[in-house]
Design a protein around this ligand. Structure first.
Ligand code: TYD
Length: 203
């Protein structure tokens, strides 16, 4: 059997990383083979992207990000996602092309970003963890780390609107995207996500 490809999306501070790991624990306990992964990846292109996101000296310009994210995605699919799916694993990715559509579409327009990304494999299921911008900013502030270039109110407000548009666009193309309220406890968000994923793995 080929595997299943599940993507968890949301604003910075929505809790996608926590939810990827809670979902992986849940599925592993059921005896399923699970691979967790993320974008930007830890590979060569992903590392270059993180440099830019932290606005480090010598990093590529932010204007290069739509192509860097697409190149990182091609690398991610070839090296991690496709081999794991071929082994029959459930691959859970912390972000995928929905992030490009939501975060890069102010710079170059949603349809252009879509044109760069439409060739990539569609997930079997995407979960959008919904939190208001105020909650996201509060959580980012509590982490106490240096802010990345997108972790600001005006940007996250635009990204929220863009995610909304992206959900509409992709659902029209037949994609399965479920929205989950991310403001409750990590455990109850995880339960809501698991309920959606169960329909996929028991099918
Ligand atoms: P994030 O998941 O926050 O990584 P980390 O936890 O290591 O900081 O992702 C980094 C940022 O990259 C986040 O603000 C979303 C952004 N991003 C894009 O702008 N486009 C993309 O295609 C992806 C995958 C992420």
């Amino acid at each position: 059997m080929t595997g299943r490809f599940v993507v968890i999306e949301g604003l910075d501070g929505a809790g996608t990383t926590t939810q990827v790991s809670l979902l992986a624990q849940h599925l592993s306990r059921r005896g399923l083979a699970v691979v967790t992964t993320r974008e930007p990846t830890d590979g060569p292109v992903g590392r270059a992207i993180r440099f830019t996101l932290r606005a480090e000296e010598g990093a590529a310009a932010a204007a290069a990000l739509p192509w860097l994210f697409a190149a990182d995605r091609a690398d991610h699919l070839a090296r991690t996602v496709e081999p794991a799916l071929a082994r029959g694993a459930i691959v859970i990715s912390d972000r995928y092309y929905h992030s490009s559509l939501a975060y890069q579409s102010q710079g170059m327009g949603l349809h252009e970003v879509y044109a760069l990304n439409r060739r990539f494999r569609a997930p079997d299921l995407t979960i959008l963890v919904d939190v208001p911008v105020t909650v996201a900013l509060d959580r980012i502030a509590r982490r106490g780390e240096a802010r990345e270039i997108f972790e600001h109110k005006a940007k996250l407000t635009q990204v929220t609107a863009a995610y909304h548009e992206v959900v509409g666009l992709l659902r029209e193309q037949g994609h399965r995207i479920e929205r989950v309220d991310g403001t409750t406890s990590p455990e109850s968000v995880a339960t809501a996500i698991a309920r959606h994923v169960e329909t996929l793995v028991s099918a």
